[in-house]
Structure formats: structure tokens, C-alpha cells
Design a protein around this ligand. Structure first.
Ligand SMILES: Cc1ncc(COP(=O)(O)O)c(C=O)c1O
Length: 458
């Protein structure tokens, strides 16, 4: 009997299986197991349609950082929808909340930034940056300066361009990456360092390789370098020590703009407001999304320096406009929610809480390092991953027919915890409002789960 048959015909699960196509879900096992239908939330917990409660250990998709029932966010949305429920930003039109949010973003940016361009998602924001860079270079008489550099294992989104910057094998399913999208080293010391190589030596090697790659491609053909401060969907990979300090001079030497993809790290995840601050990154362009609205509205943003903006204005002369934009971007309701979310993060204690509880979270995480099947416990701020290995010394993963991370995520669900498998790592990134007691609860559930699946004590 398939799950579809085992669910009541009018259940939400059966209706889902009959009607919905899910992204980033194993379509075969989904048909077997059915979806988890979530109906409501309270603080950092969500509840499914059967009344089972889960601690949301991933803040949804990293973004629902203020919990699932925040009265301030709900009120901000309702107030704006009553006042002026919809408008756009084309043809020089705009609504008040969009302007106020652009000002706020510039005010809190980690570096002096000149202008903000709104989108509906992180993918759209990164996609926008690529087009901006291409347009600037064409406008400046350098039409061949189009190549985009990112890193192996990076995640920058799902549009044609941003999937092309995503350094994962699955983009091959679409015949991507497009030509001219190149990948530099992944800065994961544990996985890629040579025997005995220190983090600093490894970072220096990444920088030397980058320099050689740029030389080989022709520095004048490279339009930009994209980097997440911490690789998120790659499995929470903080950069090796000194990594950005080593690669930034290389990019500067060739005048290649650095784009910080702060979609996950922005607004506090790493323990500073921006990942760029945590790692000393000096971006020319910043991409933000996710926590900006605490997940209560789709939203993304591109922040550009004055210098970048001036070049874009010059390039736009020939077309009399910047021929790019999204119908619902800069939506007044989304912007009102974002203004409130940022206020709650900055002024109502959410960011202070991240700073306070992060060391406690990391302590808990690090305890797993002694587990015989955990090769690396890594993280920063309120994000972490446990890399499961079959052989700790050789760092070899379990064979594909034993998808242990997937199994752990499934058993965690039974134990009332939502966590996420990424390859053979288990990722946790709880909401910013999590308390120390709830961190205990998260790791108690995770320990129980790991013991059940891997059969050994942490
Ligand atoms: C670093 C990074 N960039 C871009 C994206 C794409 O954002 P979206 O899913 O909103 O398109 C994500 C999504 O997880 C991300 O983690």
C-alpha cells in the first residue's frame, strides 16, 4: 500500500500528493512517506496537521528567525495592508515603506553603500547582480568582460544564472552551468587541506590558485566574484582562517568586484550583523534576503556602492533606463514587514540574544566532535553542521545506499525536531529568539536521534 492509499482521501497529505510538485524534495520517497503538513506555529515551534509539535531547528529555510507568531510582524503587515496594500517600483514610482527600507538598509550595511534594488528572493537578487555587472561592462566598452567566478559547493540560487553560479553537481540536470561561469576552490579546510597544511597555509593556497585561474582566463574577462561569507546550503562551511584576507588582495589586484551573498548570513546569523563583518569581507555589492522579513514575506535586495551605481547609470544612458525589475519587488507590505523585522532584530533583543546564546550553541555542537561517526562539528554564531563519516580517520562518507543524514533528519522528525540533511551533514540553524533551555532541548533531541541511527553515544 502506498502512502497515498494509506492517507484518508481528503487528508491534506493525500491532497498534497495528488496536486503539488515540491522543489528540493526526493520525489520518489515523498510519494512513499507523504509530506509534513504544518498548520501553525508558536515561538520557535511549529505544529503539524495532526497536532505534533516540532522544534524548528532550521528556522524554516534559515529565514524564520523571529518565530512563527510574532505579534509585531503580524501587526506591521496588517497595518500596511489596510493603509496601502500594493504598489510597484517601475517608471520611478514607489511607495513610502520601500523608500524607508532602502534608507534603513543603507544605514545598517556593513560598508558604505549607495543604493538598494529590491527583488522577491535571493535568487532574483543574485541574478540581478550578474545582469548589472554585464550591463556595466558593456556600457564601458568591455563586452567580453562577462565571466562570473564563484566557488565549488557554493549555493547562489535557482534561476538560470544563479544555478550556473551554484557549484553543485545537480545543476548538470539542466545542462548548466552556462558558459563563462567558473568555480574557484571551496574554502573547506577539513575536507580539502593537504596533510599537515594549516588553515592559513590552505587559505594562501586557495588565493594562489585563484590568482592562477584569473590569469589563465584573462583578468579582463572576469566580471565578478561571488561568495557566501559562510557557505550555507553547501553544509555550513565557515571559511578557513585568513581565507578572505588572502583572496581579497587578488581580486583587488585585478579590479574584480567582490559580491557578498549575505542571503543566509545577513542580519545576525553569524553573531555579527553581517557575515562580512565576521570575516573582514569588503564587498562592492551585497545581496540580502531571508531574515530581512523573518520569512513573513518574499523579499531580496541588492546593495551597491556609489561607484557601482555611477557605472550603472552611465551604462543605462544608451537604453534610457535600467531594463530590469520585478513586478512585486519593493512591495509596500513586504517593506513594512522588513522594517519591523529589522527593528525587532536590532532594537528588541533578537540580535543581542544571538550574541548571548551562540557560544552555548557552539559548545553543544562541538561535543559531537568526539563521536566516532562525526568527522567534523563546525559552525559559527547560530548555525552549525555535523559531518557524518563512515571512517573518521580517512574522512570517508557512508555509501550512497546508506543515506545516514537523511535517516537522521527523518528520525529527528519522530523526536519532534526539524533539522536538515545536506549531503552527509546534518545542519541546524535555529531562530534568533531561541533560549538556552531550548538549545538544550534541540541538542537532547539530536543526541537521541543520532544514537538511534548511528548506534553510538556522542
Ligand atoms: C546564499 C544563498 N544565496 C541565494 C539563495 C537563493 O535564495 P532564494 O531561495 O530566496 O531564491 C539562497 C537560498 O537558500 C542562499 O542560501
Amino acid at each position: 500500500m502506498t502512502q497515498l492509499e494509506s492517507f484518508a482521501a481528503n487528508s491534506w497529505e493525500a491532497r498534497d500528493l495528488r496536486s503539488m510538485l515540491h522543489g528540493f524534495s526526493h520525489l520518489g520517497t515523498l510519494q512513499e512517506n507523504g509530506p509534513v503538513v504544518i498548520t501553525q506555529g508558536e515561538g520557535i515551534y511549529v505544529q503539524d496537521v495532526h497536532g505534533k509539535r516540532y522544534l524548528e531547528g532550521n528556522s524554516g529555510l534559515w529565514n524564520m528567525v523571529l518565530g512563527f507568531d510574532h505579534p509585531g510582524l503580524i501587526e506591521a503587515a496588517c497595518a500596511q495592508i489596510r493603509k496601502f496594500p500594493a504598489y510597484h517600483t517601475f517608471f520611478g514610482r514607489v511607495s513610502e515603506p520601500s523608500v524607508a527600507l532602502a534608507e534603513k538598509m543603507i544605514q545598517i550595511a556593513p560598508r558604505p553603500m549607495g543604493k538598494v534594488f529590491f527583488t522577491n528572493s535571493g535568487s532574483e537578487a543574485n541574478d540581478t547582480v550578474v545582469k548589472m555587472l554585464w550591463m556595466i561592462n558593456r556600457g564601458a566598452g568591455r563586452p567580453d568582460c562577462r565571466k562570473i567566478l564563484s566557488r565549488r559547493n557554493a549555493y547562489h540560487g535557482v534561476t538560470g544564472l544563479t544555478a550556473s553560479m551554484t557549484g553543485k553537481d545537480y545543476v548538470g540536470a539542466f545542462g548548466l552551468p552556462l558558459d563563462g561561469f567558473l568555480f574557484a576552490d571551496c574554502p573547506h579546510h577539513w575536507r580539502f587541506a593537504a596533510e599537515g597544511e594549516s588553515e592559513l597555509q590552505f587559505s594562501a593556497r586557495c588565493a594562489a590558485n585563484l590568482d592562477a585561474q584569473i590569469q589563465a582566463e584573462g583578468p579582463e574577462t572576469i566580471a565578478g566574484f561571488f561568495a557566501e561569507p559562510v557557505m550555507g546550503a553547501g553544509g555550513v562551511i565557515p571559511p578557513a582562517e585568513g581565507y578572505f584576507q588572502a583572496i581579497q588582495p587578488v581580486l583587488k589586484k585585478y579590479g574584480i568586484p567582490l559580491v557578498a551573498d549575505e542571503v543566509i548570513c545577513g542580519f545576525g546569523r553569524t553573531g555579527q550583523l553581517w557575515g562580512s563583518q565576521t570575516y573582514g569581507i569588503e564587498p562592492d555589492i551585497i545581496v540580502a534576503s531571508k531574515c530581512m522579513t523573518a520569512g513573513y514575506f518574499p523579499m531580496g535586495a541588492v546593495l551597491v556602492s556609489d561607484a557601482v551605481h555611477d557605472k550603472l547609470v552611465a551604462a543605462a544612458e544608451a537604453y534610457e533606463e535600467f531594463p530590469h525589475g520585478f513586478t512585486t519587488a519593493g512591495h509596500p507590505v513586504g517593506c513594512a514587514i522588513a522594517l519591523k523585522a529589522i527593528d525587532i532584530i536590532l532594537n528588541e533583543g533578537a540580535f543581542d540574544n544571538v550574541v548571548e546564546v551562540s557560544p552555548y550553541f557552539q559548545e553543544h555542537l562541538c561535543r559531537f566532535q568526539s563521536h566516532p561517526f562525526i568527522g567534523e562539528a563546525r559552525g559559527v554564531g547560530l548555525m552549525g553542521a555535523l559531518e557524518i563519516v563512515n571512517d573518521k580517520e580517512k574522512k570517508t562518507p557512508f555509501p550512497p545506499e546508506q543515506p545516514v543524514a537523511e535517516q537522521i533528519a527523518n528520525v529527528a522528525l519522530e523526536n519532534g525536531l526539524i533539522c536538515r540533511p545536506v549531503g552527509q551533514a546534518i545542519v541546524v540553524a535555529p531562530p534568533f529568539i531561541i533560549t538556552k533551555e531550548q538549545i538544550d532541548e534541540l541538542f537532547d533531541k539530536l543526541t537521541l536521534t543520532i544514537e538511534k541511527v548511528l548506534g553510538a553515544k556522542a
